[in-house]
Design a protein around this ligand. Structure first.
Ligand code: PNS
Length: 160
């Protein structure tokens, strides 16, 4: 079984992430969405809440592939977690040229750390190319409407 890990903070998951998960599930037999425990970042949504939100969003938004998408939290290096779950590929989304430099750096570093794990990029769908979790967080913090940016499971939690 070809397994890929899609790592990230997902604070919160956006429609752009859902698009990437759906397309990754078209290529890989199993996709593990890995939610990073990042002690350096103060998240808006707690870890367990992010995991629960992604699970719900995948079940609602991607019902045809949900059985092949796992959601789990991890800490430490992405390549170590990839090895642990038997994933040979890391999935990342690219929105714009501005993403490219840091993503290229991460992909090369991960390959140096673990040459048997490769990174596959999906160009985020054009309609989601402007989206970012940090902007969504800012909008939600000031009471703005994020309903068209995030799946309903996340919008509900952000409103709360
Ligand atoms: O959603 P994000 O915050 O853009 O995701 C970044 C993430 C989680 C993919 C990256 O920070 C990561 O892989 N962190 C785990 C620690 C690690 O492996 N660091 C080396 C990466 S080159």
């Amino acid at each position: 079984m070809t397994t890929a890990i899609y790592p990230g903070s997902f604070d919160p998951i956006t429609l752009g992430h859902i698009d990437v998960i759906g397309r990754a599930a078209g290529l890989f037999e199993k996709v593990v969405v890995g939610v990073l425990v990042n002690p350096k970042k103060q998240p808006l949504l707690e870890l367990e809440e992010r995991v629960a939100t992604i699970r719900e969003a995948v079940e609602q938004g991607l019902p045809d592939v949900a059985a092949r998408v796992d959601v789990a939290s991890f800490d430490g290096l992405t390549v170590d977690y990839a090895r642990q779950i038997g994933a040979l590929f890391i999935v990342r989304g690219l929105r714009a040229i501005s993403d490219f430099e840091s993503e290229m750096q991460m992909a090369h570093t991960n390959r140096k750390l673990s040459p048997d794990v490769d990174t596959v990029f999906f160009m985020t769908a054009l309609e989601h190319a402007y989206l970012s979790s940090s902007l969504v967080k800012e909008i939600a913090t000031f009471g703005g409407d994020t309903d068209e940016m995030v799946p309903p499971a996340a919008a509900r939690r952000l409103r709360r």
